[in-house]
Write a protein that binds this ligand. Sequence first.
Ligand code: B12
Ligand code: SF4
Length: 506
Amino acid sequence: MAKVLIINPVVREEDVPRHIPYGEAMLAAIAIQQGHQVAVYDANAWRQPISKVADACKADDWDAICIGGLTTTYNCIKQCCKIIKATSPKSVLIAGGGFLTSMPQEIMEFIPEIDIGIVGEAFNSFPTVLKQIDEHDLDWTGTRGIIYRDGHFPILNDAVVLVNNLDNLPHPAWHLFPLEEVYLKNSSSLYSEDAYHAKRRIDINGSFGCSLVCRYCWHLGTTGDMRIEPNNGQNEVVFSFGRDIRYHSPDYIIDMVTVLKKKYKIDFANFLDENLMTMHTASGKKWLFEICEAWEKAGLVPVRGKSGTDQPGIYWSGTSHASLYTTDLLDAMYEAGCTHLVYGLESFDPKILKKLGKGTNRANNIRSVIETMQSGIIPVPNIIIGFPEETFDSIRNTISALVELGIHAKPHFATAYPGSEWYYNYKQSIIDQYDGSLETYIEDLGDATKITGTISHNFTGVELLGLQEIVATRNLRLLDQYEAAHAPRSALVLPQPSINFRASKH
Ligand code: B12
Ligand code: SF4
């Protein structure tokens, strides 16, 4: 069987490592299930000099060395790939995850060391590729869900068929990652009191995708949102509003949490799901109620007021939606141990919300904060400025809601991460902002707390930096002053249609 090394690249360097890479841990478990020998070098957890990657590569005769992650891991991945090829040239270098799926051809060009890219969901294609490597069958022409090279030229194959029943997937191979040494030490978060007191948190994932179509969001090509289509003689990824919503059964989730409690004594589980409420809605409004009920039946409900390892139960958290929750559901979730819910409210401006694709409005955004607080769950609101349609009035509308709710928020900047509708529509404008270099933009991306490529028609990056401060300090006086001095001008950026994005289900 194949000897496989998985390298987890560094993400969010300025913070301690907090999240075991769930996708890689699942792929490791699948590969082990198929009989392969799998090792992990978790560069994100260890935060050692990049040269340590060479030591991991030299540690064995790896048949395959694999690396992947979200777009913001690009810089680390690029450096690692150079080291991997230089130190272990015979290993097949496999890449996957969001950084590649959003732009497979470009990534194969930017990182010539990559042999095979897994595009979109990897649960089927990754073990297929490993099997081929093990059998020395390097004819990739019929392997679905990959991009490979014919000489230097990248060939994108048809999309893979998504896993039908998620419950057939094994639990992630947590044991391959440094839990005691790193991840469990960073269990605490500032989102709620119970989350702050968490001593042993591990993330879980209950579902894939989200039925909504927020213009800045992306579903990683893993949720029926991606097709492969011919264009001028070569295949292209095309992202759309197609959604193949899938979620684990409450039994699978409870079984996983019970294993985590038994094996790793966890006291907190954070759902990584894109949006728990949209899954709940897709299930006919049953799923979360069933999870709460099963949590209780399994004896996992924490005793409020108790925290840490003397806690017999497990607190949990996740993501919500301002128009899809109901108060009886919030009550049930609180009773079952939910401590906080992240709400991507984004803006309180009616016009911006209407265009956003989130299916919410100002009144619901305001109500969601109040009613979530009333249930006992802490709402964690997220605010953005720099939308394409942002105006002085829309900023004013956001500030007035923050004042009404008594919230202080330092907004994120609207950022067109690859894969999103914004990215494809504003790609050319962004490239222009980076002197014609798409790669420089990708290298510049990090948290949306900094200005990178802007997509606001009305405000420059410099202005947005000032407006961020104005929202954070809720300084309407300064906003009025700036508006009075601001001369009207033509749009700073222009959206353009793209062959890689289609605003329809097909
Ligand atoms: C956990 C998480 C994080 C963690 C990091 C996790 C990690 N260790 O890498 C943290 C909190 C740091 C984070 C931060 C950010 N994140 Co985030 N995050 C997630 C989240 C919630 C879960 C990821 C996950 O585990 N999914 C479940 C697993 C099974 O899926 P997966 O990882 O994609 O893996 C599958 C495939 O992609 C593929 N795959 C993945 N890795 C690999 C590796 C190999 C070798 C192979 C072959 C295949 C492969 O195989 C898996 C099975 O199909 C996703 C949303 C989601 N629910 O997916 C967003 C998501 C990945 N994040 C996203 C974004 C935008 C961000 C931020 C930029 C947000 C912000 N505004 O600041 C920051 C970036 C910060 C920074 N400075 O880098 C986007 C990614 C967009 C993109 N173009 O890459 C997502 C998709 C959210 C969204 N819907 O838009 N994030
Ligand atoms: S609701 Fe959340 S997960 Fe769903 S599309 Fe919008 S941002 Fe993405």
